[in-house]
Design a binder for this molecule. Sequence first.
Ligand code: ZN
Length: 411
Amino acid sequence: MQLGEAASEAAAACGYQVRLIPSPTLMEVWNECWGEGVVVFDATIDPPNQHNYKAATNSLLYSLYCVVLSRSYLPVNFRGHLEPIAPPYPQRWENGQLIERLRQRLLDLLPLLPKPAAAKSLKGMGNLIDKSLTPVLQKNKESFDIFLSYRGTHTQAAQRLVDESLQQQGKRIRIIRTDDMSYPDEVLSLQRRWQILRGIHASISAAHDFWVLWSDDYLSSWWTHGEIMSFASMTKKAKPNLRIINATESETSPSPRQLIPRLTRRQRRTIVKHFFLCNLPESLVRIRKLLDRRLARTLLGLRPDPILDRSFADSPLLECATCAQSRPMNRGLDVEGFLTGKLAPMQPLSAYALAQAQESGTLNCPECRALYRITSGPPRYWWHPTRGEQGTGPGGAVLEERPLYRAVLEQ
Ligand SMILES: [Zn+2]
């Protein structure tokens, strides 16, 4: 059976009146999102190029009354507040695995119907987002108590801490596994990194406690820098409780005051701006175009900004473990380096170098010449919303395939 028919059957069994739209247009999806009912969107990608993304809108991702359903893994930026019903990268699920989850979601939504008037007009939108987000955030909060920040070099110590906390105090720790969005050794642009960090930021905000598993190499990664910066950027009221724990007995951890930087207003604003813009690559392209026009520059007060540089979105970066080691230990957080994209272990790779590496299977760090083995995997997808008749991606694409590269240090 097709997914559409199976989903319709499940919805009807839950007591819904069902209308199946086989190949929806953007207008139809938009109207339904603002209509009376619940929208279930089939986001499956069937190779070579069969999918409904031309009809996709952001409302699908941010409305409590929309459910994203997919047999294939989703584009990295096709995510909103609610958990989609879709397999993690790089899996595919059968209808059976999806339908049971869908049935549960539809039953959860029944008591929230009919939709309040605010859900059907733009006027009450802000209020509604707040209201519908509260139960979502509450649900996230209940699923774990502690966000644990640690280096991949100390995974075992982290796992021990998770087990002990649950056994001794009944506390659930969240360890972020980002494989669905990126692998720890994946070659990524800064835009992708910030986009993932934005999700991590949401998890830290939802936690009661934020624990740092301190090791001498804690600060030698972009990701741990990002987690501390994310925590530092929160208001005092929003901050979870901080605890710093040594990964091994031989380490001496810094005090909270030594570890957590006091950010200036400008630095805080830069973080917010990154979180906002990293998810909107098409807006970045448009702002970049405006920058080329003097009048627009003057009128809008646009200034050149590293985030508007083409390399922010397009340049793949190698996070070099060897370069990271060569910097002095415990020097503290490099706030400006992080915010300007010039953190020590980050080495920009040219598209040419990456293409060559793919052919030869190896790559040298452009800075320290350390040798990396390059592996690839199924592509990650990027969704570019439709404007007019076309997608806003390269060449009018709605769905862009981006090759995936992982770089593993040769020992
Ligand atoms: Zn290096």
